[in-house]
Design a protein around this ligand. Structure first.
Ligand code: ATP
Ligand code: MG
Length: 445
């Protein structure tokens, strides 16, 4: 993409309405525009990152054997009356009626719809296990939408639902979700720690939230710092291997890590003092086993191998796709702007032409642009007639992980400058070597 032809409406001034850094930077970098309270338009660069995050989520869900589909945003109130949640959900549910006076709502989540699909089409244990998911807009009429996309009213969420014949099989689905979530967050350059969470009135302890540590998080969290040393890396996972999945879950759930809702001071005190940490965290996902709550209420049952009708065991599993943009920026920025992890960056590499209009500099930039593109990478070429300082400031603000700077002086010596956004370190290299280095970094993702 050439910046002169793109739509990147960066703001020079800090927007007054933004209280936290991710909101400020998303506005300044021209990624979003508020349409009304808690509802945003996704401008081209914000949309690109949103799609990158969505793609990672899709790839990892499909890898885990979960099946993508799409359910609508608008739902009929009837199904929610069946489950008993139409009354329970309260004012967070946006309700409306159509021209025939039928009660409708904008879905805050999809347990009812998916259970209805299941009961209409599945009747035998032979069709289980089954995990279906979708990535779709949700609406919750939050009393205080704030922090930009972090607590919106309209937001983009992955929600998946498992249907299993019994508790053990459902727990394997739970473990599969935890493993696939750990992989997903790590690919986004994030550390999201699974923390035992409050399961509310349903009871049991089969729910974990995934939290990104950040001062601006809304949750108070307590953890053993040993958990922050764990990394998933490139280990291969066989999602059909129950024991292998459970071993990974055990590895991540043995060190103490809880939100304030489930925090247990006595247990926490058993952690060596130097490793006892408390901080704030941003919830970027949650997995939940809830047994037969919806299948009982809505009659979702199957015939088991003894010919008896039994309710299916279910769980639901969510990732806050749009909230993740804010969480990633909270975890990865400096005073100049965003620092995108390579896994989600909107463009792989910036190209800055220090002397637009200079034949040699222009030609060198065009050649870099063509070579990077030919390698399947997407560069953003700042080809505007602007001063170098302004171009650097824009690149730093929008946070591309790598920048190649091209100027007449370097070209005389046959070199360009390759700069890492995270460390600020630069090196002078012949253009082919700069390209090779950038390509290599992305090839390992
Ligand atoms: P919270 O406690 O932050 O209100 P929740 O527990 O009600 O969230 P879930 O129903 O678990 O949310 O939804 C799954 C994920 O969707 C959450 O982990 C979070 O990342 C994201 N999410 C929930 N509410 C919002 C919102 N208002 N804006 C943006 N993302 C949200
Ligand atoms: Mg939650």
């Amino acid at each position: 993409m050439r910046l002169s032809r793109y739509f990147l409406p960066v703001l020079k001034e800090n927007p007054a309405e933004a209280q936290i850094v991710s909101h400020r930077l998303m506005l300044r970098a021209g990624m979003i525009k508020q349409a009304s309270a808690g509802i945003y338009s996704w401008l081209p660069m914000g949309f690109k990152v949103l799609k990158n995050i969505e793609n990672i989520v899709h790839e990892e869900q499909i890898r885990a054997g979960h099946i993508p589909m799409l359910m609508p945003t608008l739902q009929s109130a009837d199904l929610w009356r069946e489950s008993g949640r139409y009354e329970d959900y309260g004012e967070e549910m946006l309700r409306m009626s159509d021209r025939h006076g039928r009660d409708m709502l904008y879905g805050p989540t999809n347990e009812e719809l998916i259970t209805d699909i299941f009961r209409s089409h599945v009747g035998s244990y032979k069709d289980l296990p089954l995990t279906l998911y979708h990535i779709q807009w949700k609406f919750r009429d939050e009393i205080r939408p704030r922090f930009g996309v972090m607590r919106g009213r309209e937001f983009y969420m992955k929600d998946g639902y498992n249907f299993d014949i019994d508790y053990d099989s459902a727990m394997h689905a739970y473990n599969r979700h935890m493993v696939s979530y750990l992989r997903s967050y790590e690919r986004m350059g994030l550390q999201a720690i699974p923390m035992r969470a409050d399961s509310g009135p349903i009871g049991g302890d089969d729910t974990h939230e995934f939290l990104v540590l950040a001062d601006t998080g809304e949750s108070e969290v307590f953890y053993d710092s040993a958990i922050t040393d764990l990394t998933f890396g490139d280990r291969a996972v066989d999602y059909d291997d129950w024991d292998a999945c459970k071993a990974i879950v055990d590895e991540w759930t043995t060190p103490y890590a809880r939100t304030d809702e489930t925090h247990d001071e006595a247990l926490f005190n058993e952690v060596p003092e130097a490793r006892r940490k408390s901080s704030r965290g941003i919830e970027v996902g949650q997995i939940f086993y809830f047994g037969t709550k919806y299948s009982d209420a809505m009659g979702a049952n199957v015939v088991n191998d003894k010919g008896e009708r039994v309710p299916v065991h279910m769980g639901s599993h969510g990732i806050g796709v749009s909230r993740l943009l804010g969480a990633i920026i909270e975890a990865s920025h400096d005073d100049k702007g965003i620092i995108w992890p390579e896994g989600v960056t909107p463009f792989h590499c910036g190209i800055v032409n220090l002397k637009q209009g200079d034949d040699e500099a222009d030609a060198a930039c065009e050649a870099l642009y063509a070579s990077l593109t030919a390698l399947g990478l997407e560069p953003l070429y700042d080809d505007r007639n602007e001063r170098a300082g302004g171009k650097f400031a824009t690149m730093d603000l929008i946070g591309l992980p790598w920048r190649i700077t091209v100027g007449p002086r370097g070209l005389k010596n046959g070199v360009v400058e390759l700069t890492c956004r995270r460390t600020g370190e630069s090196e002078e290299l012949p253009p082919e070597q700069a390209i090779e280095k950038v390509a290599k970094i992305y090839a390992t993702l």
